[in-house]
Ligand binder design. Structure first.
Ligand SMILES: *Cc1c(COP(=O)(O)O)cnc(C)c1O
Length: 393
């Protein structure tokens, strides 16, 4: 399928049909696979071929369809599907690292990513250095000859800072480090991270890939050698594999992801433009806005697309933010993103509650900050709803 364009691959890529020639991909809801005879069982354990399976923790036809389709979208040689985004982050990092290794990571990270770095890896003797990911000099100073892994979110949550993938990859590669990028906010639709120098790309499929808030899932993308040689042995023996049912949900999500994410990003830009400079807002943060400090990088790295999330710093601190959230009629208060439904989050009291105040401040998570994940509703309805909610602040 790889001679076709993205949208064609998203509908047909990776499809494996059973003997019934079903149109919609089958859910192979099975843990195991029957061998014709004892010799075949022995042979398969010795070396399984492309369309041969042993046990669903190792691989499954529905999961394989999802892996192939997302690898095509990202432009990666191969992919391993995981039970959640965090299983992907943990699997990619832990399969690569050992005691005595050094990791440099951007400090603006999803809370659970920070926990893996600061609480888990450190316990196993990995040294972790955190830097301001937007400061290339900070990366240059922190990356050393013995640095094995460089890790960052290409667009940070919730302040939407963009990290220069190709510049950081160049610094990391000059010291022989592997570049691992958590790419959720950039989305697989707008990202070309592998082409831009990332060695490994991770998605929480829970977000835009499902896109309708149903199931958890994740994926690790990279070279065939890395996925099958490093990631697969770790994942298949530690149990973080994706269930066939969830893989099917994600596979069907990929059929529409290009349409959905482009529509959501278009609405996000419209809303950001409508709200920028509003008297009740201290700041409107959206990377697709021409006034965003890193819009030049967004043009280079993401084709000018700012993603599907905007962050609004409401005047009046936490009470202003709560008034705003409670006045919204369309967007729901929750914590997922990339969903068809618009979702509003107050990071300081929910997703980032655990962080001490000084760390929140250094990450730009102010008491008034609200993260708004733009859904598939009519953009004019959303704009009117946001404005009436701001009027009540
Ligand atoms: C949601 C998210 C994760 C974790 O994904 P789950 O599927 O919830 O485990 C990791 N990184 C980022 C940037 C996320 O937004």
């Amino acid at each position: 399928m790889s001679d076709y364009k993205t949208r064609t691959n998203l509908v047909h890529g990776g499809t494996r049909r059973s003997q019934y020639n079903e149109v919609s991909e089958a859910i192979f809801l099975t843990q195991g696979f029957v061998y014709e005879n004892a010799e075949q069982a022995e042979a398969r354990f010795l070396k399984s071929g492309d369309d041969e399976f042993i046990y669903a923790r190792y691989g499954n036809p529905t999961v394989a369809m999802f892996e192939e389709r997302i690898a095509m979208l990202e432009g990666a040689e191969d992919a391993f599907a995981t039970a959640s985004g965090m299983a992907a982050v943990n699997g990619a990092l832990t399969s690569l690292l050992k005691a005595g290794d050094h990791v440099v990571a951007a400090k603006a990270l999803f809370g659970s990513c920070l926990y893996i770095l600061e609480d888990i890896l450190v316990r196993f003797g990995v040294e972790v250095t955190l830097v301001d990911g937007t400061d290339l000099d900070a990366w240059r100073k922190a990356v050393r000859a013995d640095t094995n892994v460089v890790f960052f979110e290409s667009m940070s949550n919730p302040t939407l800072e963009v990290i220069d993938v190709s510049a950081v990859a160049e610094i990391a590669h000059s010291m022989g480090a592997t570049v691992v990028v958590d790419n959720v906010f950039s989305t697989p639709v707008f990202s070309n991270a592998i082409e831009q120098g990332a060695d490994v790309v991770i998605y929480s499929a829970t977000k835009h890939i499902d896109g309708q808030g149903r199931t958890l899932g994740g994926v690790i993308l990279g070279t065939k050698e890395f996925i099958r040689g490093t990631v697969e042995p770790y994942m298949k023996h530690t149990g973080g594999s994706l269930s066939p049912f969830n893989a099917w949900v994600m596979l069907k999500g990929l059929e529409t992801i290009d349409l959905r994410v482009r529509a959501q990003a278009e609405s996000a830009l419209k809303l950001a433009e409508a709200l920028d400079g509003h008297p009740k807002l201290a700041r409107t943060i959206y990377p697709g806005l021409k006034t965003h400090a890193q819009n030049g990088l967004v043009q280079r790295q993401l084709g000018g697309k700012g993603g599907t999330v905007l962050s609004l710093d409401i005047k009046g601190g936490q009470s202003g933010a709560f008034r705003f959230l409670n006045a919204l009629n369309i967007a729901v208060i929750s914590n997922n993103l990339g969903d068809a439904k618009s979702i509003c989050t107050h990071p300081a009291t929910t997703t980032h509650q655990r962080l001490p105040d000084d760390q929140k401040a250094s990450l730009g998570i102010t008491p008034g900050l609200v993260r708004f994940s733009v859904g598939l509703e009519d953009a004019d309805d959303l704009a009117a709803d946001l404005k009436q909610a701001l009027d009540q602040v």
